[in-house]
Write a protein that binds this ligand. Sequence first.
Ligand SMILES: [Fe+2]
Ligand SMILES: [Fe+2]
Length: 275
Amino acid sequence: MNLLGPERAGRQAAVRVAAVGDIHLGEDCAGLLRPAFETLPDCADLLLLAGDLTRHGYAAEAQVVAGEVASLGVPVVAVLGNHDHHADEPDEVTRVLRDAGVQVLEGESTVLPVAGHKVGVAGTKGFCGGFVGRSAGEFGEPEMKAFVRTTRRSAERLARALAELAGHGCAVRIALTHFSPVPDTLAGEPLEIYPFLGSYLLAEAIDAQGADLAVHGHAHLGTEHGMTAGGVRVRNVAQPVIDHAFALYRLPLDGHRETTAPTTPVTAPARYGTR
Ligand SMILES: [Fe+2]
Ligand SMILES: [Fe+2]
């Protein structure tokens, strides 16, 4: 008989996921989040960054992000957001983050060893297009087709990345995007801009391949909790939504529901108008 129980026997009963997006750090933000992030080894097994890590996508801003998350003692996995593309140097932003030890995913997956278990994360930035019944179609002008095709290809990359994880025996699989896969977590945003906040194609990819949790950002005025049509829990971790340095989700490995835990309030809440 194991009298210690699963946690103390070395294999945790749950995976503890810290997540935040839309931190929008500028060159004047060095050290803003570092004190909170340094508490992560005490409360989390990994940190997910759901894009919009910089204000305008400059490498100098990415250096500030790198300083906040380097050598934290927990693995850090990120996707970029639209702001991280604005300066047209996403490859340089990615390089800076990777040099700091961050795993930056775009249509890729990673498997992390967490206390005797495997945790799989599949990531892509995603894109716009809207939700079922109110979505853009791949029809008409070349520009319109290119717009919708961008989303479709991103969703296809996410599906492939999730499928890659299937053969790894992961105890937990997480889909990480910047744009939202569902409208639930946009509640609070103006209805008129929903088509620019996400796409149902991302949710279809998640439901087709399966995941235990989907995490996104981008919708600053949205809502934290949502769900795909297939029953996958979705969490909007945009920092203005969670109002903390990070959200913390405890994913039990026995199939029970995820629970949340109190986290550190952000020192100076980011209030950024543009998504
Ligand atoms: Fe965004
Ligand atoms: Fe944002």
